[in-house]
Ligand binder design. Structure first.
Ligand SMILES: Cc1cc2nc3c(=O)[nH]c(=O)nc-3n(C[C@H](O)[C@H](O)[C@H](O)COP(=O)(O)O)c2cc1C
Length: 168
């Protein structure tokens, strides 16, 4: 059984993006997986300050804020799900800030230790996913993660459920 973490950058707690998160979570739990969602909008996660402490002795980061919760869960998770509305063609700020802070785990533990599966849940008003999905591909390719699927579109809860259920 897999440990799944969801990094959810939706601003609206009951909006389109969270509907995908809920459906994915239901599917994953039905298949016996453990799911932990981080609702990034209400967490205190500061931007990376490029101090490079993670390359020296920080464990894994010099900044002590609520990113520590994600660092803790990241250590033992198998799957990382990115979830965000499209904001001005990209991902919402809290997701970008959070992934910048993940730099610390790659720096501290090395890429091999940080291999994970990943998935993307994303909504927008118009089909303007290109830049956000390109960023997701570049990020996950760069760190060597295994992309298990992308659900793009409000209302695609059935697909999100099935993706959650299909996690191995
Ligand atoms: C600040 C802001 C920027 C947005 N930018 C875009 C955009 O560039 N393209 C688009 O199609 N929708 C855009 N939208 C619409 C949202 O992506 C869309 O309504 C999304 O489903 C909202 O997710 P939520 O219901 O989880 O809050 C934007 C919305 C906001 C609030």
């Amino acid at each position: 059984m897999s440990n799944i973490i969801i990094l959810n950058a939706a601003a609206r707690k009951n909006g389109n993006t969270t509907a995908l998160v809920k459906a994915f979570t239901e599917g994953a739990k039905e298949s016996g997986h453990t799911v932990k969602e981080f609702y990034l909008q209400t967490m205190t996660i500061r931007g990376c300050i490029a101090c490079m402490g993670c390359a020296r002795n920080a464990d894994p980061c010099t900044q002590k804020d609520e990113m520590s919760q994600i660092y803790n869960e990241f250590k033992t998770c198998d799957v990382v799900v990115f979830s965000s509305p499209v904001y001005f063609f990209g991902v919402a700020g809290p997701l970008k800030t959070c992934t910048d802070r993940l730099f610390a785990v790659f720096s501290k533990y090395g890429f091999e230790e940080c291999q994970r599966k990943c998935a993307l849940l994303m909504t927008s008003d118009d089909p303007q996913y290109e830049q956000a999905v390109d960023w997701y591909h570049r990020f996950t390719d760069n760190v060597g993660w295994d992309n298990i699927g992308e659900i793009l579109g409000s209302g695609r809860t059935k697909e999100a459920h099935d993706l959650g259920a299909s996690v191995e």
